[in-house]
Write a protein that binds this ligand. Sequence first.
Ligand code: CAA
Length: 257
Amino acid sequence: MSYELILVETRGRVGMITLNRPKALNALNDNLVDEIGKALDGFEADENIGAILITGSEKAFAAGADIGAMATFSYMDAYKGDYITRNWERVKTCRKPVIAAVAGFALGGGCELAMMCDIIIAADTAKFGQPEIKLGILPGAGGTQRLPRAVGKAKAMDMCLTARFMDAVEAERAGLVSRVVPADKLVDEALGAAEAIASYSLPVVMMIKESINRSFESSLNEGLLFERRVFHSAFALKDQKEGMAAFVEKRKPSFDH
Ligand code: CAA
């Protein structure tokens, strides 16, 4: 499979996607988002991949949806073409964990792409924003929905209504990102996190992702019930026998993946 707008590689059990449209600060056009989807299809089907990393350049993770490409859209172009839904949803449906490693701008659809991932690790240069209001539109890939869940209503309203950017320190304080690291350590740190995840039992990793995502869709009691059922099912895994035996025998576990 050849790609024009992204670089795709594997590092051990980690699948890595680097957005590679530098002249447009990785603005997300349809082809680029299609390519991300194809790369994810490949990594999901590959039993040797246990976690996925999406990153951009030093200057930009992604500066948003491609403004030039949508500038002349009519309502029907957007509606009939199912703009944003058609291919963007692929990131959301990925069952393996996806880490976004963000340096520089993560704006509009770029911030939304990062928020579709399971963990955001930010360089100290990262800037997050939903500046769509300046273009006469609103966020269309989750900015008004995922951002308030991540940072609360006050900051989400502030960002979407004033278009101000949030730097990495504020993003970590607000809960949008899990860690902030020096820019020159970003990929190593994110790869380290992805490698750690990929070293564990893949079914357990997928169960944890599914259970945490479930907490956003259900009442506490329904979520707790879901977690308990999944927890019980983990005792059917060889990896559970191996993980606990390894603890008792004071050795490293060797998971099936
Ligand atoms: N779409 C298309 N091209 C973009 C782009 C975007 N979202 N963002 C940047 N570019 C292009 C610029 O047009 C420019 O191209 P040229 O050299 O051919 O002129 C190139 O990338 C470099 O950009 P700048 O010269 O503007 O770089 P800068 O350092 O001065 O500014 C910036 C950087 C603040 C990120 C600025 O580029 C900017 O404001 N970009 C737009 C951000 C934005 O509004 N994003 C939201 C898009 S709408 C959306 O995403 C909807 C949704 O919810 C899905």
